[in-house]
Write a protein that binds this ligand. Sequence first.
Ligand code: UD2
Ligand code: MN
Length: 576
Amino acid sequence: NKNKNTEYIEKSHEKEEYRGKKAAIAAALHRDAIDDGGNDENEVDDVPEEGLLLPPYSRSQLKRWQKAPFVKPQGELPGEMGKAVNIPIEQEKLMLDKFQENQFNLLASDMISINRSLTDVRFEKCKDKAYPNLLPTTSVVIVFHNEAWTTLIRTIWSTINRSPRPLLKEIILVDDASEKEHLGKKLEDYIKTLPVPTHLFRTENRSGLIRARLLGAKHVKGDVITFLDAHCECTEGWLEPLLARIVEDRSTVVCPIIDVISDTTFEYIQASDMTWGGFNWKLNFRWYRVPEREMQRRGGDRTAPLRTPTMAGGLFAIDRDYFYKIGSYDQGMDIWGGENLEMSFRVWMCGGTLEIAPCSHVGHVFRKTTPYSFPGGTGRVVNHNNARLAEVWLDDWKHFYYNINPGALNVPVGDVSERRALREKLKCKSFRWYLENIYPESQMPLDYYYLGEIRNAETSNCLDTLGGKAGQPLGMGYCHGMGGNQVFAYTKRKQVMSDDNCLDAAHPRGPIKLIRCHGMRGNQEWTYDSKTRTIKHTNTGMCLDKPEASDVWKPVLRPCDHSRGQQWLMQVDFKW
Ligand code: UD2
Ligand code: MN
C-alpha cells in the first residue's frame, strides 16, 4: 500500500531521526568491550560505512548489518549452533538446585555464550525473499519478573546481533518488581554498554505481564512494537518478515514461529510450521495442526504468511498506532494469562489480521511450571482474566467456558464496561462471525443442540471424562451437576464433545474413547434421538449403553434394543 509506505518514509526522513541514528551508530563504534566475562576476544566489528546513509536501505546493506555481530562467539563454549548442553554427572545436584529458581536449567544457560550461534532454521526460500526496501523501525519490549541473568542478556544480544541495525530503534526493558539483585544496579550499568539504546523501566508494584507491557509500550519511539519474553533467542532474519507484513498493512499483527529452547538442555529445537494457534473450552491456548483450507489459501507455499486464529502471546510485532487504536490490552487483567486470546479475538473481530510469518524464527524457553508466585492464587488470577475476555468477546460461547470451568463463576470479573464500550466503538463483529470465518475448525462448535450433562435413564449416572487426556476411555460417575468433566455438547455435526475431545468408537465392541475432534464424522458421528433417547453410533450402528456391571464405570456399545440402559437424558441445559 503506497500511502502507508510514504508515511514511513516521511517519518524516517525527519532530521532528528537521522541525527539520532547517526549518533547511535557512532556510539556503538566507540563503545567499550562488553562485560561478559572479561574475554579479550570480544572485538567490536565495524559497522559498514553505508550504515550512516538514510533509508531506503538496499537488501545487501541490510544483509551486511545482519552479518555483523558486535560480540563474536567466544570460542568453544557449550551450546554453540544451538546444541544441547549436557551437565557432568558431578554437577547434577547443583543443576537440580538451580533448576528450581527459574524452572529451567540455569546451570546450562550460564555455561552458554550470551552470543551463542544458532543454525539457520529457515526454509531456503526464506533466505532470498525480497522485502520492501523501506521497513518501519521497531522497539523491542521485554518485560520480566525475576528473570535469570543469562537468559535475559542472551535475549537482548540475540536481538541486537540478528536485527538490521537501522530497524532496531531501541530495546525497552520493564522490570516487574523483581527481587533479584542482578536485575538492580548491575542491569542498569550493563545496558549502558549496549550498542543499541536500551531503556529500563520498573513497575512500582508487581503488576503482571499485561500492565508491565503497557508501561513499556508507553515509551516506545519506534514505528512498530515488538514484544518478546525475557528468555528468547532471535535467529537470523527474524525481524524483516514481521516488519514487512506490517508495512503492507498496518492492521496486521505478526508472530514469528516460536521454536523451542529446551528447558533442560537449552538445545534449540525447530518448531513445526504446520501448527497454528487455537484454544479449548477452558480458554487455554493450544497449538493445532493447520487445516488444509489454510494451506490452500496460501497456495501451498509454506513460506507464505499463515493466518492464525489465535497467538501464543509472548512474541509478536504490531504497529504502534494500531496497538492503541485496537485497544492495547485490558488493564484489568493481572499477572499472566488470557491476554493473548483477548488480543487475538479483538484483532480479528475488529478488522485486523493475525498472522504467523514462517520465515521468522525466534526460540523461547518453554517451561513446565511457572517459577513465580501469583498473588491471589494461580487459578484465581487466570480465571479472572479469562472471565473478563469471555464476558467481553465470547457472546453465547462463554457458556462453554463457565460449564467446563465452573470455578470461574466464583471469581469476580471486575468492571468490563470499558472493554465492552471499546468493542462497540470499534464496531467489532460477533464471535459467531469469528467462528464462521476465521476459525470454523474451532473446538467450540458453531452450532450445537445441547450443552450440559448426559444422564443415563437406568442408572442415573452421568457420562464423565474423568479429566483424562485424549486417547483415554470415556467414563461415568455419579451426576454432580457441577459441570467440568461431566459437560458435553451435542453438535450439529453430530459430535458428542467435551472440550476438544470427541466420543470416538473404532470397533463395535468398544472401547469408547475420547479422541481429539477431527470434524470429519467417521468414528465420531453419533445420532441422538430425543424421542427414544438413544445415542446411536453411525459407523457401527450400535447404541451407547450403560456399563456392563455397576462397578465398571465404562459405558459401552451394544446392539440397539431400546432398553432403559440405552436411554440418555440431555435435559439439564446449564447456561450459567
Ligand atoms: C505465554 C507467553 C507469554 C504470555 C503468557 C500468557 C509465549 C512464548 N509466552 O507464557 O508471553 O502471553 O503466555 O499470559 O507466547 N512476567 C512479568 N510479570 C509477571 C509474570 C510474568 O513481567 O507477573 C514476564 C515473564 O518474566 C516473561 C513474560 O512475562 O518474560 C511471560 O511470562 P512467562 O514466560 O512466564 O509466560 P509463558 O511463556 O509461559
Ligand atoms: Mn515465556
